[in-house]
Design a protein around this ligand. Structure first.
Ligand code: 13P
Length: 244
């Protein structure tokens, strides 16, 4: 994985890829590329978001190989426990060493028709289990009043959080049209969206979250996106390559 400058978060959203054996192999290869201890202290943080079934493997083997990786989950239940077949609670993720949880990724929003109440519950439960929610927001269509759509998505969750909870959320600007495509949003667009999100959340809630960008980031374009005042990147396809 590319090493960004401090204090960036380089977050690898593996989506529904990498079973536990592939995860083990990835971490073993990373341990060769990234000797024990390297990456610590530099301020840059690498985090992987594997499928639920690979989290335990990632937890155990990143520790045993001494690979400085943080762990995140791709989703979480808005409920704490009980009769919710197929769901995984925040406390279960915390016990697997997760530090981050994606909330409201556009693919989850679309495939699971997540409601505002569920998104708020996911964020609150993550925070209550000492994890950081990464709230994904972004417009569906290119152009138009897209940045306003991203701001509204952030607002609808922030408005139901306490000031203490708001201070613990990271926001990832991920225009849906740039995800899984052949190109990122332009640096100007990303910068405008990050500024708009920051200004909006500061004005309405007094919050100043860290802003990430996601959408077709890869080893060929990440350099051109540094220096936009972002707190890091959420990378999909390219993060499956050990060379990234
Ligand atoms: P791609 O990098 O494959 O476009 O995916 C981005 C993404 O969905 C990050 O959460």
């Amino acid at each position: 994985m590319a090493q960004p400058c401090a204090p960036w978060l380089l977050a690898a959203n593996w989506k529904m890829n990498m079973d536990h054996l592939q995860t083990l192999e990835f971490i073993r290869e990373l341990s060769v590329l990234l000797p024990r201890g390297e990456g610590e202290g530099g301020g840059a943080e690498m985090a992987i978001f594997p499928p639920f079934t690979s989290l335990r493997t990632a937890q155990v083997f990143s520790a045993s190989y001494g690979v400085p990786l943080s762990l995140g989950a791709q989703d979480v239940s808005p409920h704490s426990s009980g009769a919710f077949t197929g769901e995984v609670s925040a406390s279960m993720l915390e016990r697997l060493g997760c530090r981050y949880v994606l909330v409201g990724h556009s693919e989850s929003r679309k495939n699971h028709h997540e409601t505002k109440e569920e998104l708020v519950g996911k964020a609150k439960n993550s925070i209550a289990s000492r994890m950081t929610p990464i709230l994904c927001v972004g417009e569906k269509e290119k152009g138009g009043e897209g940045i306003g759509e991203a701001c509204r998505q952030a607002e609808e969750v922030f408005c139901d959080l306490s000031p203490e909870e708001r201070a613990k959320v990271i926001v990832s600007y991920e225009p849906v049209w740039a995800i899984g495509s052949s190109t990122t949003a332009s640096p100007e667009r990303i910068s405008d969206a990050a500024c708009a999100l920051k200004a909006d959340l500061l004005e309405k809630f007094g919050a100043s979250p860290r802003i990430l960008y996601g959408g077709s980031v890869n080893e060929g374009n990440i350099e051109s996106l540094k220096g936009l005042g972002l707190g890091g990147f959420l990378v999909g396809r390219a993060s499956l390559r050990i060379s990234f």
